[in-house]
Design a protein around this ligand. Sequence first.
Ligand code: AMP
Length: 614
Amino acid sequence: MDASSIIRKTSADQRVTPNFLDYAGERQRFSWEAVGRELRGLAGAGGVNITAEAVERHAAGARRDKTAFRFLSRGKAARDVSFGELSQLTSRFANVLSRLGIGRGERVFVLAGRVPELYIAVLGGLKHGAVVSPLFSAFGPEPIATRVNLGAGRVLVTTDMLYERKVAKWRDKMPTLEHVLLVAEDGGILGSPTLTAFAAPKGGAAALGRPGGGTNIPGTLDLATLMAVASDECTVAATGAEDMSLLHFTSGTTGTPKGAVHVHGAVVTHFATGRYALDLHADDIYWCTADPGWVTGTSYGIIAPLLHGVTSIIDAEEFDAERWYGTLQDEGVTVWYTAPTAIRMLMKAGVAIPRKYHFPQLRFIASVGEPLNPEAVRWGKEVLGLPIHDNWWQTETGGIMIANTPAFDIKPGSMGRPLPGIDAAIVRHREDGTVTVIEEPDVEGELALKRGWPSMFRAYLNNEERYRKCFAGDWYLTGDLAKRDADGYFWFVGRADDVIKSAGHLIGPFEVESALMEHPAVAEAGVIGKPDPVVGEVVKAFVSLKKGFEESEALRMELLGHARKRLGAAVAPKEIAFLPSLPRTRSGKIMRRLLKARELGLPEGDTSTLEAGG
Ligand code: AMP
């Protein structure tokens, strides 16, 4: 790259001294054991529990009254929850689980937008020793049911509206699901006059202050009512570092979604990366825009900021340029963690809006989830006054692995360098399972990480073979293609598989194809990611029709509607095209790569396995 395009950092750029100043030295001195010792562990039990570290450690100390979360509701009214209150609320939730007979290791699913109850359920579930699986609220009924079934969910925490729209009719397809705990969308904790209403167990349900009382849908329980009568004290489950904590579903090219199993010991990575990659300092006001249905929204939207005792802004609303700049200004955000799609949407909204706002407190911006264009990095510097720092990780890694950080120069377009404790390499992966590290710079290969960091996933639930295939010797193979330059910066090239990244969300083509195939008109379906300037890729489906069905605009609209109803807006295709037949390999697999090449007018590559006539 042209040296003039590097964004050089000097100490004058830093409003506070960055946590990570000496790249080589810090990496050399670093040990996971030493970071682990900075956390408290479970007093007396020798174990580790994410909520004990994230909440109890502060609630029992000087930060008891400090705001842990500032929840912004739709109208932007703010409700602050201190570390002390969070401790009580999460205990109440843990006690609700006890009362329902939910034991250690049992699965609690959470399906909600960014409402306070979601945060309480995630942290309360972990405190109880249950395994928590947050789901994205824009999923449709089918992805929800698939995941609850794969994870053998016993409890689902959701809102009354989401339940009626997405779960109720599918309930009998989820045989393990015993308890559905509902939150009222128009009330919940934000609707109560004071949070202390929660802390008054004697008052019962009425004390929750939601005018009109709780939800009342047959076959469900009202969470607020249960919380009101639960005690706000509990003993944190004595989980060990290797005990399962979170279950995050991710998508592959084929087959059902994969449940990446995470453990309580991962908290050591969340803590270290909060320090190095997000540069968290105790007095920060931090805003992570990710939804907790995706791993970023959990690791960095919930856990990491709490570990550092910082105040997090949680906005229940969806993207709106005016609102976002207003939030940066009004909340005095200092550290902002967002995503390339959001940055591109802000760029599209123009420069007139940011000019109306001032956010002098903002000192660090990071982004993750998809390639961040060099123009976006530079736009940050020009318009927001700060460059955007790209970083890289994935559901399986549980935490940030490669990052641009405050003290170091940015090469726009690069994901940065591996953090302390992380060894990354570009490797060549052979059919026989062996791996060679490519030492020369600027050569494309698969991005691999030396196994052993604490937040590494420990399994794909019930799928030992798929898990095993991710490893070769000491290396975890990420499935991403990348390059490393002579200065040790990593550059993303693309995915080695067919999964689609749309607005930062990983979408498995198989899940989309399966839903389309359920429509009586569809004979076969092939799904690709079509490049898009704002969301990275949009989901595009190609379908061929069964005999007796004719291509028509009306059928295309019907198929779009069918997919959207089943899969939800986040996963459903945005475009559908009809083809007389789809290209297949001789072994019968749809050649998505070829569909994509044809769509983009690119060379078709090796078509030697193409079935005649495809
Ligand atoms: P997920 O597991 O949903 O977080 O998706 C992980 C995938 O997102 C990675 O394997 C990459 O393909 C992509 N990804 C994450 N961060 C970046 C980044 N900074 N640049 C390019 N791709 C990224």
